[in-house]
Design a protein around this ligand. Sequence first.
Ligand code: AMP
Length: 287
Amino acid sequence: MTLRMAVPNKGRLNERALELLHKAGLEMDINWGRRLYAAAENQDMEVMFVRAQDVPRFIHSGTVDMGITGLDLILEADLDVEWVLDLDFGHCRLAVAAPEATGYTSVEDIPEGARVATSFPNLAWQFFAGRGKNVEIVRVSGAAEITPHIGVADLIVDLVSSGSTLRTNRLVELDSIMHSQAVIVANPDSLQSKGKEINDLGSSVESVLLAEKKKYLMADIMSDTLPEVERIFPGVAGPTVMNIAGRDDMVAIHVVIDKSEVYDAVNSLKSMGAKGILTLPIDRLVP
Ligand code: AMP
């Protein structure tokens, strides 16, 4: 059964989404992301390239079975789709911000009836309603940050990543409505009819995300240092230990470690007399 997927055609989410699918093992020609539609060469799978904002609607309508987009866009669309996997990129927060000159420091300072410019009208409305604030939502499709300066709105609700856009526009963040990142989501009916295919794709991508955080480390160590090496690398099941032909005094170890541990691990092994220390990238890791 052909699995249909929607992926953002441009913007912040496009490149990394394609990279993850590629690393997960889907073969695609090099111009994949520039087309409207493509079929994977080695899987029964079709990919549609659409605007990130349109992904929730295409999934909900059943045009595609699953897709990649920002959690912010999914919650804003308020359509019934099922979460499959967090993709740990495209991190940002949906924040309330006001011009510095207002002197506001929290949402409590916002006066009744204030005009809020946003391309997230549903999430903004829900947030202010939850705080018992009566505001007027001014719907914009982008560049909300300039609206307070041209008299269109008093404050904004917009995505913030580094915060530099807010600073450039002399806006201060008053509150954060939600944290967002790229996610894989699926159509609930497709999860019934193509659950295996959807979950296989999800776990393939998950294995790439796990592998990217790890390194494969190999070293030849003095046999009498093995207990100490095992202490340094407790791992899930400890290091794999192998004999080295013709050497009784040394063994080879292979171990998967966190990227962040590589620096200390290599230095410790070196100081314990290890030789031939190698670290290698891992493509996929299924624990
Ligand atoms: P920054 O200056 O890094 O805080 O980025 C803010 C601008 O980038 C805003 O205009 C946002 O709409 C946009 N932005 C930041 N992060 C994301 C994201 N993960 N997805 C989509 N747009 C984003």
